[in-house]
Design a protein around this ligand. Structure first.
Ligand code: SF4
Ligand code: SF4
Length: 127
């Protein structure tokens, strides 16, 4: 069965990640298995629900930036939804609006930081 995704936010997420958020039936297993769930403002399944409801609040959560891309949620999801890819797609949507989460000019003692950390942070937090 082919499902046509018409709402704008789920559609954008699908175009970027290839993931259909409507696969999710809100069992909560992704959140139960997330190692940093207690540090997040919203849980992974709540963010997925925002996307399902076309609620742009998904784009302003701290959760999408806190996500460590560990793939636990993706492995555990009984519906085969790649939650990690959805979180990445949400970050890309924000970055494409020109809202960057890291200004290298404001990083203190930048010369003392490991280059790999700077590269990883730049890749994740800037466009
Ligand atoms: S584990 Fe999958 S189906 Fe369950 S809430 Fe998370 S994304 Fe939805
Ligand atoms: S990929 Fe992100 S949301 Fe998923 S379990 Fe890891 S930290 Fe949590």
């Amino acid at each position: 069965m082919t499902v046509k995704i018409t709402l704008s936010l789920p559609k954008k997420v699908f175009e970027i990640s290839g993931e259909n958020v409507y696969l999710c039936y809100q069992c909560g297993k992704c959140s139960a298995g997330c190692p940093i769930a207690d540090k997040m403002d919203y849980l992974p399944n709540q963010v997925i629900h925002f996307v399902q409801m076309n609620n742009e609040k998904a784009l302003s959560t701290k959760m999408i930036w806190a996500c460590a891309e560990c793939f636990n949620c993706t492995v555990i999801c009984p519906r085969g939804l790649d939650v990690t890819k959805v979180m990445e797609a949400l970050r890309i949507i924000v970055l494409r609006k020109g809202i960057y989460k890291l200004d290298l000019n404001k990083v203190e003692k930048i010369e003392e930081l490991p280059q790999i950390a700077l590269i990883a942070a730049s890749r994740k937090l800037t466009g």
